[in-house]
Design a protein around this ligand. Structure first.
Ligand code: SF4
Length: 229
């Protein structure tokens, strides 16, 4: 499968899984490229948005533009209220900046647990990971059994794309992009954990206070340092 182009992988994914496929969309440029490709072949695609409750206001504004352009149907998945309340009462909103385990706990309850619900009942999901994002992503495959979510196929059609290829596609197809890219952001997630990355390291603006090896959230990779329950 790795020799196939991104478009071929996208088309194969839809032909193979149809409504059992979910696109996890965080509204970054990579996700927008996948949404654009899928919109051409998969009108009834399931799109899952994990709303952590801490997204930038501009991300919600951008969603409106995406709806207008693609007329897509989106399902939102939000954190469990009770778990979130317990976490906040015990730790406050931003204490995770001083404690990696608390950060993983926050990502688990605000991002990963809602995503698991989004993937419940499907057979495959698609994400915009690329090897050029380095770190744990350097060896991501286009199609593989998901090591984190047992029983699911994980599809990353852009695995062998560069940042430049993403933006060439965006330009060629007039794909809408989050306004923060113009401010120097190279990846966009939760507001307290994302800042511009002027170093050219695409992931450098995410959880920037942590060791680069730890700058993931458990959704795509397992950690030795797992969140506490
Ligand atoms: S990215 Fe930050 S705010 Fe968002 S879930 Fe993870 S720790 Fe919490």
């Amino acid at each position: 499968m790795d020799e196939r182009s991104a478009t071929e992988v996208v088309n194969w994914a839809w032909d193979t899984f149809k409504e059992d496929l979910v696109l996890a969309c965080g509204f970054v440029a990579d996700d927008m490229v996948l949404l654009d490709m899928l919109s051409r072949v998969a009108p009834s695609l399931k799109i899952a948005v994990v709303d952590s409750g801490r997204l930038f206001p501009e991300t919600y504004e951008f969603m409106d533009k995406v709806y207008d352009r693609y007329r897509c149907k989106v399902s939102f998945f939000t954190p469990d209220t009770g778990s979130l309340q317990r976490y906040l009462c015990a730790n406050g909103p931003n204490e995770f900046r001083h404690d990696h385990k608390l950060r993983l706990d926050c990502c688990e309850l605000r991002r990963h647990e809602p995503l698991r619900r989004a993937l419940d009942g499907c057979k495959a999901w698609m994400a915009g990971l690329r090897r050029s994002q380095r770190g744990k992503r350097a060896s991501v495959e286009k199609v593989a059994l998901d090591a984190v979510h047992a029983g699911l196929v994980k599809i990353c059609p852009l695995a062998d794309w560069s940042w430049e290829q993403v933006w060439a596609y965006v330009k060629e197809h007039s794909v809408p992009t989050h306004p923060f890219y113009e401010k120097g952001y190279m990846s966009i997630g939760c507001a307290p954990c994302t800042r511009p990355s002027r170093s050219g390291d695409e992931r450098g603006g995410r959880w920037w206070w942590e060791d680069p090896k730890e700058r993931e959230d458990g959704i795509h990779f397992t950690f030795e340092d797992e969140p506490s329950k």
